[in-house]
Design a protein around this ligand. Structure first.
Ligand code: CDV
Length: 314
């Protein structure tokens, strides 16, 4: 019998700083209904779904910062999303800013949770590859201060057997790193869920920034193909508080083919039936990791401290 799961990428358009959680959760529930109407069993929402992408600002007043964070999930504002998803029998991935009390202190993480169709919290992931800086950069209108607001995730890259598949999560910048997919693939992951907020001016170099959409797509397609996995990648998109975020939410097959992609930069649902046996086919042939991978020859990756220096002029 074919194993498959109908999956939705539920892209969100911009969220203003003044938008309330209630307004945002209303939008999430509308997207959930749309996805369910189209047969989706699993919905992937973006990174930091509940608020505007605040790492673009340098805020110093803790009370101003705290409003972007959730200290419980579900919490008072998000409970009705969990309830509605359970009522519809739809699982979901949700990214949010997490404030955690652990090891005797307060910790902030860029986090996602995976919830199954019965409304059970299956797993939590905390973003490992935090881009940007830990202090504001002079001369830039729009900052990228994830290293200032968040600690690197301390939960590794776990996988979960749930909803008939082996699933893993990552968040935004993680999708550009081959290690993310490979660590998950080595644990047998079949589907990777990822939310993102990607400003189209993130380096300030036009030659580079003009390729932002291409690089996002390239990273997801390469990760999917080279690791025989489905990747569902969902954007928060559009002109948000003066910053343009790319869209292109997409569902990519283990063949590397894009099977669904958003065409707008607003709230939009795209769906695909993801055939999990397709992941098995690629994993048993071209990317049979046990048969073809050569980790004994990869010592260089862990042993060398840095790159070989360029040749000196004679
Ligand atoms: N939120 C992100 O992690 N954004 C990064 C940008 C800054 C490059 C990304 O990789 O899309």
């Amino acid at each position: 019998m074919q194993r498959s799961i109908v999956t939705a990428a539920a892209q969100m358009g911009p969220i203003a700083r003044s938008d309330t959680r209630h307004q945002v959760v209303d939008r999430l529930i509308a997207l959930l209904h749309e996805a369910h109407k189209r047969g989706a069993e699993l919905v992937v929402f973006p990174e930091l779904t509940l608020t505007t992408f605040f790492p673009r600002w340098y805020l110093t007043d803790p009370s101003e910062i705290d409003v972007f964070f959730e200290s419980s999930m579900p919490g008072p504002d998000t409970q009705r999303l969990f309830d509605e998803a359970r009522r519809l029998g739809v699982g979901f991935y949700l990214g949010y800013a997490e404030l955690s009390e652990e090891d005797g202190g307060r910790h902030r993480f860029n986090t996602s949770v995976l919830v199954d169709r019965a409304g059970r919290l299956v797993g939590k992931y905390r973003k490992i590859h935090l881009p940007g800086y830990d202090a504001p950069q002079p001369g830039r209108d729009s900052q990228h201060l994830e290293k200032y607001y968040f600690e690197p995730g301390n939960l590794g890259f776990p996988v979960w057997r749930t909803m008939g598949a082996v699933m893993g999560m990552c968040i935004c910048n993680d999708r550009r790193w081959p290690e993310t997919y490979r660590v998950l693939a080595l644990q047998g992951v079949e589907m990777v869920l990822v939310g993102y907020n990607t400003p189209d001016d993130h380096t300030g170099n036009f030659d580079f920034d003009s390729l932002t959409g291409f690089h996002s797509q390239l990273s997801v397609q390469a990760g999917a193909y080279q690791n025989s996995i489905w990747v569902v990648a969902t954007a928060k998109a559009g002109l948000e508080e003066g910053s343009n975020l790319i869209g292109q939410s997409m569902i990519v097959a283990p063949s590397g083919q894009v099977v669904a992609m958003a065409t707008s930069t607003g709230d939009e649902v795209v769906t695909a039936r993801c055939d999990l046996d397709m992941a098995t086919l690629y994993r048993q042939t071209i990317f049979n990791l046990a048969r073809h991978r050569q980790p004994q020859h990869y010592g260089l990756i862990v042993e060398r401290k840095g790159p070989v220096p360029p040749p000196e002029d004679d």
